[in-house]
Design a protein around this ligand. Structure first.
Ligand SMILES: [Zn+2]
Length: 465
């Protein structure tokens, strides 16, 4: 796992002082935004799972705010993260994973969280795990320093001593597949497993070729064996435990340097992961297990006693919330809303939610109240599936309708049973698509050419075929 993480070391310093002079603000807190890619909230203790998996995050949450139900706007890495940074729906910012059609770089018309914070006096630094969080797609915009350095390095940003107050975006693929962990953790999380999955890092001879490693891992999985399915989840839990420990080291380091008490830590993810709830694994569809993400906010200046915010919210609301909490002006054009009222114990309004998945299903989701609607324009993606992992993609119905209050796991499709609700939700979904397209059409669009070395890397990582 550790070896998969060292991907590419691309550090470039954007010319300091170019453009307008930063606006002077009163002393502001430092901010860490930690995105643990592919992290399901329900595998964390604070969201109800076994306490042993995430004791550090669980404990931290006791001093801060936990959003109990957060919907990501895409189960796909690049569009979801770009929604986080721009507070725009994926249909509007149009950034996709590399290899999924022509590479679009973020429109120069769209401001980002990092640019905005920089404008208001923040030093900005990003330590990401590379892959689709690629600066060529616009992720580097607004950062004084944007590094694609690997997860285990993510606390190295402190050594750079960014200008205070600083905003640090930290991102890791540590819990992303393949779920390969040191043998110690494999044994700790599934001591009785005797099947064929090669989940221990030590069992691989050649860790240098990540694509080979990933393919080899999935080749060892018997998808029909319930015990193997369970073992995958245990390995996933083990990888969460490791990142949880890493987080403790980061907190200690901040504390030793006297930085912790003026820092806000935000922990979230871009999407979840399927573990056979709907006959499949990974993250391509719009069910609850792929769209739910954790969102925890700890302001070490003002510890609170485990504030839970139960109203369902969206990841698109994160940037408006951060800026509002800092008393900074909102991001122009933002489509999300500030959730700060929830941080002060007030009730939030429940809003209509939307999400989008690109290839292979090209699905759209709208939910309102107890109803969730999914439109799947491509119902039989097997025809376009290289199926490198050996598990065919299932067919899906063209339309799905779930009563998420009575059926939170989204198991029973009621599309044929409730034609009126279906019609209402279809209309809401269509209207949203129409409005987002109109907004997107007003933006300057720029395609970009992804560097050959990056394409080679992504191919090696299995992102593109
Ligand atoms: Zn992701």
């Amino acid at each position: 796992m550790i070896l998969k993480i060292i991907i590419l070391l691309v550090l470039y310093i954007l010319a300091a002082g170019c453009g307008t002079e930063p606006i002077q603000e009163p002393k502001q807190p430092n901010i860490i935004l930690l995105s643990i890619d592919t992290l399901r909230p329900d595998r964390l203790g604070l969201y109800g799972h076994n306490q042993f998996v995430s004791p550090v995050i669980d404990r931290l949450s006791q001093q801060g705010h936990t959003f109990c139900s957060v919907t990501s706007q895409s189960p796909i890495t690049a569009p979801s993260h770009m929604t986080m940074f721009t507070s725009l729906y994926p249909e509007v910012h149009q950034v996709r994973n590399i290899g999924d059609g022509e590479a679009v770089t973020l429109s120069p018309d769209i401001p980002t969280l990092a640019e905005h914070l920089k404008k208001h006096g923040y030093g900005t630094v990003a330590f990401t795990d590379g892959g689709n969080i690629n600066s060529a797609l616009g992720f580097g915009r607004g950062f004084d320093m944007y590094g694609e350095v690997g997860a285990e390095q993510f606390m190295g940003f402190i050594n750079l001593q960014p200008k205070e107050p600083w905003f640090a975006f930290l991102h890791t693929y540590f819990v992303h597949d393949p779920y390969i962990v040191p043998d110690l953790y494999n044994k700790m999380f599934d001591p009785d497993y005797s099947g064929g999955i090669k989940g221990s890092l030590e069992s691989y001879d050649n860790n240098d070729n990540f694509f080979a490693l990933r393919a080899e891992f999935w080749e060892t999985v018997d998808f029909d064996d319930i015990r193997d399915q369970k073992h995958l989840l245990n390995l996933y839990d083990a990888s969460i435990r490791i990142i949880d420990i890493t987080l403790q080291t980061l907190i200690n380091q901040l504390d030793e340097l006297g930085l912790k008490d003026n820092t806000i830590l935000i922990i979230t993810s871009d999407h979840g992961e399927e573990f056979f709830e709907h006959s499949r694994i990974l993250h391509e569809r719009l069910y609850v297990e792929t769209l739910s993400v954790p969102l925890i906010m700890i302001d070490f200046r003002n510890s609170v006693s485990g504030n839970l915010i139960e109203t369902p919210v969206q990841l698109i609301d994160l940037t408006p919330t951060i800026l509002d909490y800092l008393n900074l002006p909102p991001l122009p054009g933002a489509q999300g809303v500030s959730l700060t009222a929830g941080l002060y114990g007030e009730r939030l309004d429940k809003r209509i939610m939307h999400a989008l998945a690109h290839a292979p299903y090209n699905s759209h989701m709208t939910s309102k109240g107890s109803w969730k609607y999914i439109f799947n324009p491509i119902t039989n993606p097997r025809t376009i599936d290289a199926s490198w992992m050996g598990l065919p993609r299932p067919n899906v119905p063209r339309e799905e309708l779930f009563n998420i209050e009575k059926d939170p796991g989204e198991m029973i499709n009621l599309a044929d049973v409730h034609p009126e609700n279906l019609e209402n939700m279809r209309t809401l979904n269509d209207d949203h698509q129409h409005r987002m397209k109109e907004l997107a059409d007003q933006l300057t669009q720029e395609t970009t050419r992804i560097d050959d070395s990056v394409m080679d890397m992504l191919q090696a990582l299995g992102y593109i075929e």
